[in-house]
Design a protein around this ligand. Structure first.
Ligand code: PGA
Length: 252
């Protein structure tokens, strides 16, 4: 099964509108020949529309960093529906990032509702999973990730799963400079494919793209991408600079 790689940049809570547009415009020519993978950037909400408008027609896709569990308009102050992200020019949305789980009360249940809302609006959801250091050290990593997947993807049909990308991001590797070794990452990625197979069948599992995230840099991307079950990367810090992100996109 050949799976098209995905290299996604998560800009987190960085960059004002002008800087976001500048970075996207700088990135555009640097990744223009990257037909080997899907290239995605996830600016802050306020910059989405400006960025999407300025790179329209390029091979760069735009993602939101979160969306509401609600998919209809309503009295939900501060929330943004998946359809509003689509309206702003997004094709993707990141859901369940560990920072949202850790600091903003995201649960497997809310991830599930958000994933359904995203798919319902026609977006592709990048669903993040990953264990904390203590969970890895106590031998619990696989259980934690398995629960995040079964809860987060509960009730999704095989058709829905075509609009799901999974990102495995061990929390201890995010922003710490500590990458999981390619072997550690591969081990969990192959578990994840097994978990998906158990819940959604082997055909879905063979097709679903599983990204690695956590201190991915130009220096370590090639080695990670050599692993059989690593289908791309979700990049934080190293995606903020167009040249560094382009090097990751052009990893081969
Ligand atoms: P990092 O972040 O690349 O800065 O470690 C990854 C992420 O949080 O998606």
């Amino acid at each position: 099964m050949t799976r098209k790689p995905v290299i996604a940049g998560n800009w987190k809570m960085y960059k004002l509108i002008d800087e976001s547009v500048d970075t996207a415009l700088n990135l555009k020519p640097l990744v223009a020949n990257a037909t080997h993978c899907d290239v995605i950037i996830a600016p802050v909400f306020t910059a989405l529309k400006s960025v999407a408008d300025r790179i329209e027609g390029s091979n760069i896709l735009v993602a939101g960093q979160d969306c509401s569990t609600q998919n209809t308009f309503g009295a939900h102050t501060g929330e943004i529906t998946a359809s509003m992200l689509l309206d702003a020019g997004c094709s993707h949305v990141i859901i369940g990032h560990s920072e949202r789980r850790q600091f903003y009360g995201e649960t497997n249940e809310s991830v599930n509702h958000k994933a359904k809302a995203a798919i319902g609006a026609g977006l592709t959801a990048i669903v993040c999973v990953g264990e904390h250091l203590a969970e890895r050290e106590s031998g619990d990593a696989e259980n934690v990730v398995s629960e995040q997947l079964s809860g987060g993807l509960e009730g999704l049909t095989a058709n829905d799963m075509e609009r799901i990308i999974i990102a495995y991001e061990p929390v201890w590797a995010i922003g710490t400079g500590k990458t999981a070794t390619p072997e550690q990452a591969q081990e969990m990625h192959s578990c994840i494919r097994r978990f998906v197979s158990k819940d959604h069948g082997s055909e879905v599992a063979a097709k679903v793209r599983i990204l690695y995230g956590g201190s991915v840099k130009p220096e370590n991307i090639s080695e990670l991408m050599l692993q059989a079950d690593i289908d791309g990367a979700l990049v934080g810090g190293a995606s903020l600079d167009a040249e560094s992100f382009a090097k990751i996109v052009n990893y081969r």
